[in-house]
Design a protein around this ligand. Structure first.
Ligand code: AMP
Length: 281
């Protein structure tokens, strides 16, 4: 595995592969790698001759009161984990290289970003879209890998690929969980011991809701109330939202049908956790 520190070097490598018959798989991350990230990398490894992963904590996707400075970082640890996933290149650029000057163009994500996390995290998906457009253009991948843990991100990337006719294929990977059901996340390290014990309630509330839906409940409001109720009884974290939308277009539903997402966010003392289930009836 080769570590690439500059855009110039990464572009040189990408151009070489673009002219060859290799297929390039790309896994963007913000580092502090865990089994979720490694599953994306392993899938990319199986499906491509060349695998590039990036580690870049993107300042544009953090709001002024969010955890950009406190976001966990440990490059040495990430380097050995990425190596174990047998990727070819680890792209690890500086903020100054990625955003040297004030930008001329902004990306404004219009649809799919005004619900769930996007409603609270104003500008978050604009920042995500901007960094991904840059990374896709630097790396020129054939296939890009994203986790359904961040399902709204998947919906936005899906729309962006279509809107800009980007020559990349979106591949998604199911959420990787701890044994007790908690979705793996770099932010889990910021849970207190007590919060960590309660946090599986997020997934449990979604599973209980799924069972209600399987038994025939079709009213989204009834399901949302049940999930909120479950969370209030089983964790002291502050429920930020519980919402249901069609997936991936994120439209309001009066009756549960087709493919939809049940998603939630809970704020703990130092970590804000999200989880979701996508169901197809
Ligand atoms: P992040 O470093 O949090 O930006 O995540 C980088 C990529 O890993 C995104 O596509 C995430 O959706 C994905 N990811 C993060 N956690 C998980 C997980 N528990 N299971 C599957 N994919 C994940």
């Amino acid at each position: 595995m080769k570590i690439i520190r500059t855009i110039a070097e990464m572009k040189e490598i990408s151009q070489k592969y673009r002219r060859s018959s290799e297929t390039v798989g790309f896994v963007p991350t913000m580092g502090y790698l865990h089994e979720g990230h490694l599953t994306l990398m392993k899938r990319a490894r199986e499906e491509n001759s060349i695998v590039v992963a990036s580690i870049f904590v993107n300042p544009l996707q953090f709001g002024p009161n969010e955890d950009f400075d406190a976001y966990p970082r440990d490059f040495k640890r990430d380097e050995s984990l990425a190596e174990s996933a047998q990727i070819d290149y680890l792209f690890y650029p500086d903020v100054e290289d990625m955003y040297p000057d004030e930008m001329t163009v902004q990306i404004n994500v219009k649809n799919r970003a005004d619900v769930l996390c996007g409603r609270k995290r104003i500008g978050h998906f604009n920042g995500v879209a901007m960094v991904l457009m840059k990374l896709f253009s630097i790396i020129q991948p054939n296939n890009v890998y994203f986790g359904l843990k961040d399902a709204q991100q998947v919906a936005v990337v899906d729309g962006m690929i279509r809107d800009f006719n980007l020559p990349v294929q979106l591949r998604t990977v199911e959420t990787v969980r701890e044994e007790d059901g908690l979705a793996k996340s770099s932010r889990n390290v910021y849970l207190t011991e007590k919060e960590r014990k309660e946090a599986p309630a997020l997934y449990q509330s979604l599973i209980a809701a799924k069972e209600k839906i399987i038994s025939g409940e079709r009213n989204p409001q009834v399901i949302i109330s049940a999930v909120k109720d479950f969370l209030q009884k089983n964790t002291n974290g502050k429920v930020e939202y519980v919402e249901i939308y069609s997936f991936p277009d994120m439209k309001q539903l009066d009756c549960l049908e087709g493919k939809f997402i049940m998603a939630l966010a809970v704020q703990y003392s130092k970590a804000r956790l999200i989880d979701n289930l996508i169901i197809e009836l």
